[in-house]
Design a protein around this ligand. Structure first.
Ligand code: HEM
Length: 125
């Protein structure tokens, strides 16, 4: 498969919805992440669905509504330490399982998100 086909290969919008719901359910319960996320994750999840849709090669929903993601800059207000990076990735690993994203896509997605998460770190512990 090619990078751009991941979105369709995993099941399109329904798969992204399952993944993001499972992800923020975990984020909202993670002691390392609760302090930096809003109490109501509805809007955060909506934006993440838009972002991951285009990240996986689907329609450019995020850019259409918000412009260039500039993710590192958008994350600067939030102190993202190595511990929080690990917490985020732990939530994502659990969500990929719960959403039943199949191999080889699961590993491929996790690897790409690990690189993006590393890029998002902006503070020492
Ligand atoms: C927004 C934390 C990594 C994509 C946010 C917000 C926080 C956050 C606190 C703001 C939530 C809100 O106010 O609604 C983190 C932490 C990460 C991380 C701790 C650990 C490394 C990532 C990664 C991606 C990502 C790897 C990309 C796959 C986004 C998107 C938004 C967002 C798309 C919404 C931006 C917007 O407001 O338009 N993140 N993030 N984040 N994050 Fe992350």
């Amino acid at each position: 498969y090619q990078q751009g086909n991941i979105y369709e290969a995993i099941g399109g919008a329904e798969a992204v919805d399952r993944l993001v719901e499972a992800f923020y359910k975990r984020v909202g319960q993670h002691p390392d992440l609760i302090p930096i996320f809003p109490d109501d994750l509805t809007e955060t999840a909506r934006k993440q669905k838009q972002f991951l849709t285009q990240f996986f090669g689907g329609p450019p929903l995020y850019i259409q509504e918000h412009g260039h993601p500039m993710l590192r800059a958008r994350h600067m207000p939030f102190p993202i330490t190595p511990t929080r990076r690990d917490a985020w990735l732990e939530c994502m690993a659990g969500a990929l399982e719960e959403a039943e994203i199949e191999e080889p896509y699961k590993t491929s997605i996790y690897e790409r998100l690990t690189m993006t998460a590393n890029h998002m770190m902006n503070r020492e512990e």
